[in-house]
Design a protein around this ligand. Structure first.
Ligand code: ZN
Length: 406
């Protein structure tokens, strides 16, 4: 079998495409394959209408999967068709998308490599430069977002994520049922989040629960765009507010202690922030020591733990438990705790929704650590848009692969 027939066989090009000639450079470990087409009709990629070739573009080159360790390049002149609605456009071809310099099979290989390792790892595995890989990744995400079926979205989560120093935040919207990232908005401000919801209003109208942080002010956006969705302030975000109050109480108390006792308080911050049952062994002695010393802080801590207990109850028991807790917190003579109790009381409806629908923070937390891992793997991102694409690529559960036709 000669080289042309060999490549004709392995490339499995559908008619009217065929291999015209092949050149093999043993020293460079490279194979160049020129492909051509017979007289035929071609599809317009926009309307899929069939037309005769109008003219041809200059020759282009695509990187293909290696042949026996030889880098393989395909060369072809793509036909253009003239179609009434779309004008002169490059015809649809079965082996590559016009926006990339690799064939579809190579694109699949690159996507698989990028899924498994860092960009540098994928570069050495697939033999395609990071710059080209980034282009492939962004096209794959675009393709996946376009394909995402408009299935009902019963529950969403809205979370803020600090992506760069100096208060640069993303708002991450997740699909709670699919356990995936649904969208990433390049800001945490309500003015940026609101239009995105407004745009997808028709699509989001089935959302039943929206879990979020109560400080972000997204509740008003949900109220305006998704009138059927119950706003939920989940346990994680609720306890976070009380944790801040405990920490503020500790700082204040620490300042007021005499020097000798203040020194004993050093390094006690995390003792009070852990949940009772998950306090690591290394903090246990320290905790007992400082709890006896800082009575105001340990009272704040006990109030925080009581709130956690109340949050683990079912709805009918939660309401009276919260009332009791609220009375304790507001009569604790601890300013930070009193303030936190006031905030929680004013958001009680959303907290009760979370208890009723059993909305937890597990998903948001899981995705958060995944996003952190993506950031670490890339040694930080300098471009927000690239980071957004990476999050959707890894956490979006999108259908990313090109549909192979050869
Ligand atoms: Zn057309």
């Amino acid at each position: 079998m000669d080289l042309v027939s060999f490549h004709q066989n392995v490339l499995r090009l559908p008619a009217p495409w065929y291999v015209e000639r092949v050149e093999c450079f043993a020293d460079a470990k490279r194979v160049d394959v020129w492909i051509k087409h017979r007289e035929s009709r071609f599809r317009c990629p926009e309307c899929m209408g069939e037309y005769a070739a109008h003219d041809h573009l200059p020759e282009r080159t695509w990187r293909h999967l290696d042949t026996c360790g030889y880098q393989t390049f395909l060369h072809a002149r793509l036909p253009r068709v003239k179609c009434a609605p779309d004008g002169k456009v490059t015809a649809w071809v079965p082996f590559a998308t016009p926006q990339t310099s690799v064939t579809e099979e190579m694109e699949c290989r690159c996507i698989m490599a990028m899924r498994e390792c860092t960009m540098q790892g994928a570069e050495s595995l697939a033999g395609v430069s990071v710059r080209k890989l980034e282009r492939i990744r962004s096209l794959a995400v675009e393709r996946g977002l376009g394909r995402r079926e408009e299935q009902p979205l019963p529950g969403i989560g809205i979370d803020q994520k600090q992506v760069f120093a100096r208060h640069k935040y993303f708002t991450v919207i997740c699909d709670r049922k699919a356990r995936s990232v649904y969208d990433v908005i390049d800001s945490r401000k309500t003015e940026a989040v609101s239009p995105r919801f407004e745009e997808n209003k028709a699509f989001l109208h089935d959302v039943e629960t929206a879990a979020m942080d109560m400080s972000a002010g997204h509740a008003s956006v949900i109220g305006g765009c998704l009138p059927n969705a119950a706003v939920c302030f989940d346990k994680f975000h609720v306890v976070q507010i009380m944790n801040k109050a405990v920490d503020a109480t500790r700082k204040e108390e620490q300042k007021s202690l005499p020097d000798a006792r203040r020194k004993l308080m050093f390094g006690s911050r995390y003792c009070f922030l852990y949940a009772r049952e998950s306090l690591p062994a290394k903090y246990r002695d320290k905790f007992d020591e400082v709890a006896a010393l800082a009575t105001r802080t340990s009272r704040a801590w006990a109030i925080k733990e009581a709130l956690r207990d109340a949050l683990s109850l079912a709805l009918p028991d939660f309401e009276p438990a919260f009332k009791k807790w609220h009375w304790w917190a507001t009569h604790s003579r601890l300013e930070a705790v009193r303030k936190a109790a006031k905030t929680l009381k004013s958001h009680l409806h959303g907290i009760m929704n979370a208890v009723e629908y059993g909305v937890t923070n597990a998903l948001a937390e899981g995705l958060n650590s995944k996003i952190e891992a993506i950031k670490r793997a890339a040694c930080g991102y300098r471009s927000k848009s690239r980071f957004r694409i990476a999050i959707l690529f890894h956490c979006g559960k999108l259908d990313l692969m090109p549909k192979l036709t050869t």
